[in-house]
Design a binder for this molecule. Structure first.
Ligand code: DX5
Ligand code: ZN
Length: 217
C-alpha cells in the first residue's frame, strides 16, 4: 500500500502552546512537520521564523520541511539546514540558479524539494526533476491559510503523477486540502498532504482522531 504522508502546516498551529501542539501531533501520527517561511516579497505575507524552526526541531524527531516562499532561496539553504530542516523546498520561480540550489541542498545531506505556484507550468521545471526528492504543487496561491482550492491545478497533478514514476520524487500538495481532496488526490497518485485549516487545525476534534481518520481515506 502506497504511503500517505500527513504534513501539519505549523503556521496554522496554536502558537500559545507550540510545544504541546508539536508533541501531540507527533504522537498522533504526523509524518512531516511543514514549516512555511515567507519574506513579504515572494509572497505578500510573513510566515514562521527561524526561532520557530529551531524550537520545533528540539521537540520532535520527525522530518521538518522548510517551505521557502522567499526570494533567492539559494542564499539561505545553509541557514535552514543548520536549523535542522530535513527537507528544504524552494520555488524555482524565485531562484536564478535553481539547479545549483537543489544540488546545494543535497550536498548538505538534506532532501531537496521543488514547489511551484498554481500558475506555473510543470514544463518550466522539467529539467529540475532529476534533482528533486519532493515536488510540492501549490493548490492555492501561496502565502495564506484559509483560501479556496484552485480546481484548475488538478490537470497539473495528473501530469505530475505520471512523471513521478520516471523521476522518483514524492508528490505533495499544499493549500486548502480537505479530507475530500485527500481521498480524491491520493487515488490520483499524490503522496503527501499539507494539512492546515481545511483538514486539521481548529476543527474542535483531537489530532489523533483526525489524523487516524485521514490516514484511512
Ligand atoms: C499556504 C500554506 C499552507 C496551507 C494552510 O501557503 O502553505 O499553510 O494552505 O492550509 P489551509 O489552506 O487548509 O488553511
Ligand atoms: Zn507551505
Amino acid at each position: 500500500m502506497r504511503e500517505k504522508l500527513l504534513c501539519p502546516s505549523m503556521m496554522c498551529a496554536d502558537f500559545g502552546c507550540l510545544q504541546k501542539e508539536v508533541e501531540v501531533l507527533d504522537r498522533a501520527g504526523a509524518d512531516i512537520f511543514h514549516i512555511d517561511i515567507m519574506d513579504g516579497r515572494f509572497v505578500p505575507n510573513f510566515g514562521m521564523g527561524l526561532q520557530d524552526v529551531a524550537c520545533i526541531r528540539t521537540l520532535t524527531e520527525k522530518p521538518l520541511d522548510a517551505h521557502l516562499m522567499i526570494d533567492a532561496p539559494g542564499n539561505y539553504v545553509g541557514l535552514f539546514s543548520g536549523l535542522g530542516a530535513d527537507i528544504i523546498t524552494i520555488h524555482p520561480e524565485a531562484d536564478l540558479h535553481p539547479a545549483r540550489t537543489l544540488d546545494k541542498i543535497r550536498n548538505l545531506g538534506k532532501k531537496a524539494g521543488i514547489a511551484i505556484n498554481p500558475g506555473t507550468a510543470v514544463e518550466t521545471v522539467k529539467e529540475l526533476l532529476p534533482l528533486a526528492d519532493y515536488f510540492l504543487a501549490m493548490t492555492v496561491n501561496p502565502g495564506f491559510a484559509g483560501q479556496k482550492y484552485l480546481e484548475f491545478t488538478n490537470r497539473k497533478l495528473e501530469t505530475l503523477a505520471k512523471l513521478k514514476a520516471e523521476y522518483g520524487f514524492r508528490l505533495m500538495v499544499d493549500g486548502a486540502i480537505s479530507p475530500q481532496k485527500i481521498q480524491e488526490l491520493f487515488r490520483l497518485g499524490v503522496d503527501g498532504f499539507v494539512l492546515g485549516t481545511s483538514a486539521l487545525f481548529g476543527k474542535g476534534e483531537d489530532y489523533q482522531t483526525i489524523l487516524s481518520r485521514l490516514k484511512q481515506l
